[in-house]
Design a protein around this ligand. Structure first.
Ligand code: ABN
Length: 185
């Protein structure tokens, strides 16, 4: 019965191998090593990468003319935002010059003057609020170049310009170039 002994031994060894403590530890070790290597996999990191807005889930954007209008409109550092106080429409389903769907642009605005690094000229920028939907709450920017306390409302950026609209609910802010500033301030 030598062959039966051999078969039984082989079977027993296989069962022991697959149920031993050593095998269990080996499986745990493999799982841990696999888990540790997961962050190395190539996943998209739109917001975290260099050049991104720094806001989670917001990919870098362009003005459409990177030479004359450089920078990322989804980032607070974009030159046009030197005097903005609000949520960037670029991060809210709109762009730096258009409101997100379902909102309406307020015709009353706060005006700032920002220097374009491409040509060194000062531009008059209108910060039009988009109204009619609850606050976007993404990409809050509070840059206050030229901001003056609210006793002069049109020189203060901390104002909801949705007043006078069908809906006064503020959603986000755009930044639209009106022209070149010719006078020194
Ligand atoms: N103009 C942006 C804004 C809206 C509501 C409150 C403060 C500032």
């Amino acid at each position: 019965m030598y062959w039966l002994d051999k078969i039984t031994e082989k079977f027993s060894r296989r069962v022991a191998k697959s149920s031993s403590r050593r095998n269990l530890l080996r499986k745990i070790g493999l799982a841990m090593a696999g888990g540790a290597s997961l962050p190395l996999l190539p996943v998209a990191r739109a917001a975290g990468g260099e050049g991104g807005s720094g806001y989670h889930g917001v990919a870098p954007q362009t003005s459409g003319n990177p030479v004359a209008d450089p920078g990322d409109p989804a980032s607070c550092d974009y030159w046009r935002y030197c005097a903005i106080d609000g949520f960037l429409c670029s991060c809210c389903g709109g762009t730096h010059v258009s409101c997100p769907p379902g909102t309406e642009m307020s015709p009353m605005t706060w005006i700032g003057t920002c220097k374009n690094p491409a040509d060194g000229l000062n531009y008059i920028v209108s910060y039009n609020d988009c109204c009619g939907k609850t606050s976007c709450s993404r990409c809050l920017c509070n840059n206050n170049l030229g901001d003056i306390p609210p006793y002069r409302a049109f020189s203060n950026n901390d104002i909801n310009w949705c007043v006078g609209m069908d809906s006064t609910i503020y959603h986000c802010t755009t930044s639209i170039i009106l022209g070149i500033a010719t006078e020194k301030s």
